[in-house]
Design a protein around this ligand. Structure first.
Ligand code: NAP
Length: 299
């Protein structure tokens, strides 16, 4: 049945509309389509953005097929941010340093890869006046998102980095990778070694604990740990306030969730695709609009 919603989409999309999307698995709950389609409406740019779920083993076929179809760009999400790298014709040096790509842009021969996660997170920190310069940074987790956080923290002048991960060997590998580029004091620990983290630290929660089926959980439950955190940042944005952030807030930390990072990594991808730069006023308007839209959709 044709509904008002369908009429609206068919009116917005024409034969010249630039097509973009997100590749991942799963992608059904991704907020990126809402973010990018809202930006196109707001900026009056003729693009449409859709989710594409790709099964493991099908990534190379999906990328070459998308290029043959002339799809202009993608965001890449879990679990493909590292696997996509060998399929690209060019990888931006910042993305190579992080070791993960979350944005593809069409070129004549294939796609160029970028990483906007670290810049998106950094912009979100700036909007909260959070500086990493001279700070002791603690990162919980050692997956793809933790890589972006670790490189960003080292790049923006953190004094030390302490990585705590369930699988300590992965924390070690990440520490070695960061050391290749930055001369920084960095330590790799397991989650139960939290007593070794310094007081007054800036702590990034980058694991998936606190969302989905584990939405009532936190990676560390000892309240003594949270007393050491002055600024707590969780990369999760759904729920808006995770148990990790609740614990930290109760112990007096300043807290930030992952919504700003999500929005700003999307904005940076959008800027790369369309060769534009949004003004600060446009950015703060968009943040407001997206938060309202997100809350409307969450009701
Ligand atoms: P990933 O590469 O799969 O890494 C997952 C991390 O979570 C690993 O360190 C893993 O530890 C840890 N972990 C998973 N289950 C755990 C458990 N039960 N107990 C303890 N640790 C556990 O995923 P990712 O791409 O880094 O994403 C991680 C989170 O960041 C997700 O929640 C994602 O939504 C969020 N994120 C947000 C944004 C944003 O824009 N706000 C952007 C990127 C990612 P092991 O190494 O031991 O397996």
């Amino acid at each position: 049945m044709l509904t008002k919603k369908h009429v609206k989409i068919s009116k917005d999309v024409s034969g010249t509309t630039g097509v973009f999307g997100i590749i991942g698995n799963p992608v059904a709950l991704s907020l990126s389509p809402m973010i990018h389609n809202t930006m196109s409406r707001f900026l009056d740019i003729d693009t449409a953005y859709a989710p594409f779920q790709v099964e493991d083993g099908n990534l190379a076929t999906a990328i070459s097929g998308a290029h043959a179809l002339g799809i202009q760009g993608f965001n890449i999400t879990h679990p493909f941010k590292q696997d996509v790298i060998p399929l690209l014709t060019h990888v931006d040096p910042w993305a190579l340093k992080i070791g993960a790509v979350n944005t593809l842009k069409y070129n004549d021969k294939g796609y160029s890869g970028y990483n906007t996660d670290a810049d998106g997170l950094y912009t979100s920190l700036m909007t909260h006046n959070i500086s990493l310069d001279g700070k002791d940074v603690v990162i919980i987790g050692a997956g793809g998102a933790a890589r972006a956080v670790a490189i960003m923290a080292a790049h923006y002048g953190a004094k030390s980095i302490c990585i705590l991960n369930r699988t300590q060997s992965k924390a070690h590998l990440l520490a070695i990778d960061v050391k290749k580029y930055y001369n920084i004091d960095i330590e790799a620990l397991s989650l139960d070694q939290w007593e070794k983290v310094p007081a007054n630290c800036t702590c990034f929660q980058t694991t998936s604990v606190g969302m989905g089926q584990s939405k009532d959980a936190a990676p560390i439950d000892e309240l003594e740990f949270y007393k050491r955190i002055s600024v707590a940042i969780d990369l999760i944005y759904n729920p808006f306030e995770t148990l990790f952030l609740k614990y930290a807030k109760r112990q007096g930390s300043y807290t930030v969730n992952g919504f700003g990072m999500l929005l700003y990594q999307g904005v940076k991808a959008y800027e790369i695709w369309n060769d534009i730069k949004l003004t600060d006023a446009q950015l703060s308007f968009l943040l407001d609009e997206m938060q309202k839209e997100y809350k409307r959709q969450s009701v």
